[in-house]
Every structure is written in structure tokens, then in C-alpha cells.
Design a protein around this ligand. Structure first.
Ligand code: PLP
Length: 399
């Protein structure tokens, strides 16, 4: 076994993890609940002829109930998938393809996750009419523009609940009302919202909701799609086979992962309110600490309409990539993408109309369940020190 600093040894990589919007550690309580289903309780939940199958099926159905309870849905409205990428593909392509004759139109926002945007692009190649709407400078949907865009030919409107880069919370109930008026389905990618804000699909008027296990302390490789039953939402499946998950997602369910997702939902339901307060306090400590030590720090995205753990900050005059290289023990990210020729600034920040140089100086800090005050203080110190150093080097070079 390796013993270098990059986690090849069987231990936690060094440093402070503030990238909880990329993924979260699996809660140890979740891991514990999953373990028996790898070994003793290994049955195929679709085996109906013996106790091994019944046992696994019961566990899967309990997980479905736990997940449904968190969003005030019926367990029969939950379809297990491999994650939010698959859920988003199934919701958007599934709805658009089912209704392609009478409703060939699909609507989304420019600030959505790539898997939503690419699903919509694929539908365009298949002949659907698509509208990818700009967002306001605070990252929120322009409701007037949305109302003008959605029409009687719109099959589905896909707008995320919480943005993965800037943490803003979209006005879900208002969006739902616009969709309902025109008979379009409202799909929401809730990968970043689950366990952070209440998501009552009935009260909010959401027809399709995507969930990812690993964004809220569950395992990677599992997610779910909520599919409303009344009035019934019709989808064309992406995967054909044995007809599991009401024909919408064939394939044997991964019992341990389902159990993990259900347990993560159960923990979120019990702890969301208290956890929100704790994470919000840590986030404020982080922001205040940074602002006490540095000037020229700006927040991207709406000031208040946002989830507790997210900060997307622009450090004036500092290149985010250089900053991250200078802080190898602080796990944060930028939304930028490397192309063959250059580092492209975040398309989400661009969608907000953030200038390129500000986008290039922005990083995302995402506080999560397992962060401590000591870690926040360490992060403040590292950030303040390196930003100041890079700024003084920058001005020295300019002289
Ligand atoms: C992480 C994420 C996804 C993809 O989820 P996976 O479960 O990793 O496929 C989709 N949308 C958003 C907003 C995300 O944050």
C-alpha cells in the first residue's frame, strides 16, 4: 500500500474538506445500515420464491418509504436510479419523448447542471423545440420570462431547486404555478436541496424530482426520481428489461445502496432543522472571518435566497486556479472547466452575467455536516494568507 499524501494509503486524505456540494462523506450510520445487505442479507429483491428475496424486498420498500416521507410523497411514486444524472435524464427525456407529438417543447435554464443541459441538447437533436432561458444576475429564474416561454406545447420545464455552484434556491411554488397553467410537467433537480431545505412535492406542485444519495451523506451510485401519480406523469423509460420500478427503470435494485439512501433520508428528516442552524453558523463564521482579514471579497448569487452551507466568493485580483494550487490542503472548487486550450470560467457564473475576470477569481466553499469550528478557522487562515500573498505577488509583477 502506498503511503503518500494523496490518499492511496487507506486513510483520509489530509486537509479540510469544504467541497460538500461535490460530494459528501457517507454518514457512518448509513454505512452501518448498509453492511448486512452485502453479506448475510444478500437476496435479490426481485426474487419472489424464497425468504432471501422477501427479506431484501422488505428492506428496499422500507427505504422507499423513508425517502418518500422526506418529500411528502407516496412510496409508489419513488423510482430508484443510479443517481441524479440518471434521474434527470429519465425525467427530461422520458417526459419529452412520451409527449413528443403534442408537446414537442422543453424549457430549462442556462445555469442548470450539465446533465440537464445535455439531455435537453439531445432532445434538440431529436427534433424537439428547446428554450434555455437566461437567469437574473442573482441566479434566480426570471418568472415573467418563464411565463412568456411556457406554452401549450411545453412537455416539461426543468429548473433545479438549489444551484450546485452558487447555492441559490429557485422559487419552486411560483414555477409550478406557471407550469400548471399550461399543463406542462415541472421537473426539479433537487440533488443539492435534499436534506437542506424542506421539499414537500405536493405543496410545491412538483411533478418530477431528482435525488442523489451522495449529496446528502448517502452512498454514491444511487439516487431516485419522484414521479407524481395523481395526476399521473407519463414517461418513456430509458432502460428496457424486466420491468422493475413500474417499468420505468429495469434492472435489479442494489439493496445495500437503497438501504443507504433510505437511511440518509431518515437522518435528514430528523436532523435537517438543527443541522441547518449549525451549518449556517459555520458558514457565517467562515464569511466573517474571511471578510475581517481580506477586502475585495464579493459573494456570487442572491444574498439571502440560498442554502446555508454555500459560499461562492470572488477574490478580486486573484486567479482561482492559482489560489487552489496554493492551498492543497483546503478542498474547495471552482466551476471552471479545462478545455484543451484554456481554463474556461464557470458557465453558471457566466449565465449570471458575471464578468470573466470575476468568474476566474471565484471559488465555491461548501460547509457540511461533519465540518468543525476548528476546520473553519483553519480554512480562513489558509485562504487569507494565500489570497494576500497572491495579491502582493500580482502587484509586484505589475510594477
Ligand atoms: C451532483 C449533481 C448531479 C449529479 O448527481 P449524481 O448522483 O452524481 O449523478 C446533478 N445535479 C446537481 C445539481 C448535482 O449537484
Amino acid at each position: 500500500m502506498g503511503t503518500d499524501d494523496h490518499g492511496t494509503a487507506n486513510r483520509r486524505p489530509p486537509g479540510v474538506y469544504l467541497d460538500n456540494q461535490a460530494t459528501t462523506p457517507t454518514d457512518p450510520r448509513v454505512v452501518e445500515a448498509m453492511l448486512p445487505f452485502f453479506t448475510e442479507r444478500f437476496g435479490n429483491p426481485h426474487s419472489t420464491t424464497h425468504a432471501f428475496g422477501w427479506d431484501a424486498e422488505e428492506a428496499v420498500e422500507q427505504a422507499r418509504e423513508q425517502l418518500a416521507a422526506l418529500i411528502d410523497a407516496s412510496p409508489r411514486e419513488i423510482v430508484f436510479t443510479s443517481g441524479a444524472t440518471e434521474s434527470n435524464n429519465l425525467a427530461i427525456k422520458g417526459a419529452a419523448r412520451f409527449h413528443r407529438e403534442r408537446r414537442p417543447h422543453v424549457v430549462t435554464l442556462a445555469s442548470e447542471h450539465k446533465c440537464v443541459l445535455e439531455s435537453v441538447r439531445q432532445l434538440e437533436r431529436e427534433g424537439h423545440r428547446i428554450s434555455v432561458l437566461p437567469v437574473k444576475s442573482d441566479g434566480l429564474v426570471d418568472l415573467d420570462l418563464l411565463a412568456e416561454t411556457v406554452d401549450e406545447e411545453t412537455a416539461v420545464v426543468s429548473i433545479m431547486a438549489v444551484n450546485n455552484e452558487i447555492g441559490v434556491i429557485q422559487p419552486l411554488a411560483e414555477i409550478a404555478e406557471i407550469c400548471r397553467d399550461k399543463g406542462a410537467y415541472f421537473h426539479s433537480d433537487a440533488a443539492q436541496a435534499m436534506g437542506k431545505i424542506p421539499l414537500d412535492v405536493a405543496a410545491l406542485g412538483i411533478d418530477l424530482l431528482s435525488i442523489s444519495g451522495h449529496k446528502f451523506y448517502g452512498p454514491k451510485g444511487i439516487g431516485a426520481l419522484y414521479v407524481r401519480r395523481r395526476p399521473r406523469v407519463r414517461l418513456e423509460p430509458l432502460i428496457d428489461g424486466g420491468g422493475q420500478e413500474r417499468g420505468l427503470r429495469s434492472g435489479s435494485l442494489a439493496t445495500p445502496l437503497c438501504v443507504g439512501l433510505g437511511t440518509a433520508a431518515e437522518i435528514a428528516a430528523a436532523e435537517m432543522a438543527a443541522e441547518g442552524g449549525r451549518i449556517s453558523a459555520l458558514k457565517s463564521r467562515l464569511l466573517e472571518g474571511i471578510r475581517r482579514r481580506l477586502s475585495g471579497v464579493a459573494l456570487n448569487g442572491h444574498e439571502t435566497q440560498r442554502v446555508a452551507g454555500n459560499l461562492n466568493l470572488a477574490f478580486e485580483g486573484v486567479d482561482a486556479e492559482a489560489l487552489m494550487r496554493a492551498m492543497p490542503r483546503l478542498a474547495v472548487s471552482s466551476g471552471s472547466a479545462c478545455t484543451s486550450t484554456a481554463v474556461e470560467p464557470s458557465y453558471v457564473l457566466r449565465a449570471l452575467g458575471v464578468a470573466d475576470d470575476r468568474a476566474r477569481s471565484s471559488i465555491r466553499l461548501a460547509v457540511g455536516r461533519f465540518n468543525t469550528e476548528a476546520e473553519i478557522d483553519e480554512a480562513i487562515d489558509v485562504l487569507a494568507t494565500q489570497v494576500a500573498r497572491l495579491r502582493s505577488e500580482g502587484s509586484a509583477a505589475a510594477e
